[in-house]
Design a protein around this ligand. Structure first.
Ligand SMILES: Cc1cc2nc3c(=O)[nH]c(=O)nc-3n(C[C@H](O)[C@H](O)[C@H](O)COP(=O)(O)OP(=O)(O)OC[C@H]3O[C@@H](n4cnc5c(N)ncnc54)[C@H](O)[C@@H]3O)c2cc1C
Length: 451
């Protein structure tokens, strides 16, 4: 049986590993248009700021790893059309330009996403750069050496990380965000303000509620950006305004969400029985709402890719769904988000309750007993946790994962308030800060639910 995998970044690599492990007899071909596989885009800002010395260090797999296991790894090959009915695809070798036709029994689509290009006049200017692929990241990082004034378009987590990377290396950075606050899809307003204060405190010029409307070369060879709040002149701009699923090859051939992401069942099978999809090109199953959603993350891509590989010939393992957990480290502060914000929960018509906890993560008699801020969001009707955001100089990332697991298992604020957590002054208060946030929510709901 022949399996073809299109795309070999996180979803594609996770898929090929599982096909090899679960179906050793399968004949596997991987098509990837880039030369390298497995680039971790999150390393881009880490390289700009100097934490990661070389972008090349961030690859965790090479084509040869799979060639040795019998996989046909066709890198620098672009799949240019797919005929789902005939089970065939046309592929172009990007070096020779030669086109060939291949066939499959099962097709795993791991074609990921592309950066959304906002409709701004002059966006094609060569001083305006993207930051998704390895080549784009390499150019963006190289440009850091030549250019002093940098504008970043988009104040989501990628834009915020890039702002830190450039400002830490002495650049003059302006972060332009169309919505009224940074990380608006991830954080409650008060935490957004904390992030903005962290950035401005380190010299980033933050322009929220501002839309870039035009890029143009300035007389001195720099780049002029016209915005809804005036003009600024920079040497280059980096655009990070969201991701779009890359699914054109299957338009009209499988069912898709409104944004073009491929709809799958719990086993990563698309509406076509011989096509599976995983990663940024597919929807996820979002547990807080129990619906399909689009949430392009590497953490999703590896899990969905693994499932596509495991389930390619038969439905063996169902997805657990996701809480869309994310975490960033900004100027020594960990910010971790899981599940829904209050605004998202209200939009989904939950009866939303929320509390804000603040306290030292361990007893104040201990050194560096950093403050932890937690925003906890829950459903007042059934007391289930819907989301949480944590911010601290202490590394609270694993605590966000704990909340993620609790949401996954439909835990309530009562369970969060009392769930067993270790205590030692090294690590925690006698009641962990997660327990204490749960207890605040319980108090707000006039006490514990009887059990
Ligand atoms: C700057 C940045 C920072 C990020 N940081 C994080 C983070 O910290 N944590 C996190 O979880 N996520 C992060 N992400 C998101 C993460 O990178 C993506 O979710 C992840 O790359 C998705 O993996 P994927 O394999 O589904 O798709 P992609 O990474 O988009 O890979 C798809 C692959 O398919 C190939 N391909 C597409 N079409 C074809 C075709 N027709 N023929 C041949 N090959 C094709 C592409 O060349 C590509 O290699 C970040 C993204 C960016 C841009």
């Amino acid at each position: 049986m022949k399996v073809v995998i299109v795309g070999s970044t996180h979803a594609g690599i996770a898929a090929v590993k599982q096909v090899l492990a679960n179906y050793p007899e399968a004949d596997i071909t991987v098509y990837e248009r880039q030369k390298q596989i497995s680039y971790l885009a999150c390393a881009t800002y880490l390289h700009i700021e100097g934490t990661v010395r070389s972008l090349a260090d961030t690859f965790y797999a090479e084509p040869d790893d799979f060639v040795k296991q019998g996989v046909k790894m066709a890198v620098q090959h672009d799949v240019i059309s797919i005929d789902a009915q005939a089970h065939t695809l046309v592929v172009q070798n990007l070096l020779t330009k030669q086109k060939t036709t291949d066939s499959y029994d099962k097709l795993i689509m791991a074609t990921g996403s592309i950066t959304a290009i906002p409709a701004i006049v002059g966006i094609e200017n060569t001083k305006v750069r993207l930051c998704k692929t390895f080549d784009q990241a390499r150019d963006l990082c190289a440009a850091a050496a030549d250019f002093q004034r940098v504008a970043i378009i988009g104040g989501g987590y990628i834009g915020v990380e890039l702002a830190e990377g450039y400002v830490r290396t002495g650049h003059d950075v302006t972060l332009i965000q169309k919505p009224t606050r940074l990380l608006n899809g991830y954080l409650e307003p008060a935490l957004s303000q904390t992030v903005e204060a962290l950035l401005t405190g380190h010299g980033v010029h933050v322009l929220t509620n501002t839309r870039a409307t035009r890029f143009a070369n300035s007389a001195d060879g720099a780049l002029t950006i016209t915005t809804t709040r005036g003009e600024l002149t920079v040497d280059m701009a980096a655009v990070s305004a969201g991701m779009l699923p890359q699914t054109d090859l299957l338009t009209g051939q499988v069912k898709m969400a409104k944004n073009g992401a491929i709809l799958t069942d719990d086993y990563m099978h698309s509406s076509n029985p011989d096509i599976l999809a995983a990663g940024d090109n597919a929807v996820i199953h979002y547990n807080p709402t129990q619906t399909a959603a689009y949430s392009p993350l590497a953490s999703h891509a590896v899990r969905q890719g693994a499932l596509a590989g495991i389930n390619v010939f038969e439905r063996r393992v169902r997805t657990l769904g996701t809480q869309s957990s994310t975490g960033i480290l900004i100027f020594g502060h960990t910010i971790a988000c899981v599940g829904m914000t209050t605004a998202a929960a209200k939009a989904a018509r939950f009866n939303v309750g929320s509390v804000r906890y603040q306290g030292s993560y361990r007893p104040d008699f201990m050194p560096e007993a950093y403050q932890v801020t937690i925003e906890l969001i829950y459903n007042r009707n059934n007391r289930r946790i819907l989301g949480a955001q944590l911010l601290s100089k202490h590394d609270i990332s694993q605590s966000a994962n704990t909340i993620s697991t609790l949401i996954q298992n439909r835990a309530t604020i009562d369970q969060l308030a009392l769930v067993d957590m270790l205590f030692s002054p090294n690590f925690s208060q006698p009641f962990n800060y997660l327990n204490l946030a749960g207890q605040m929510a319980v108090a707000q709901e006039n006490g514990y639910q009887r059990s």
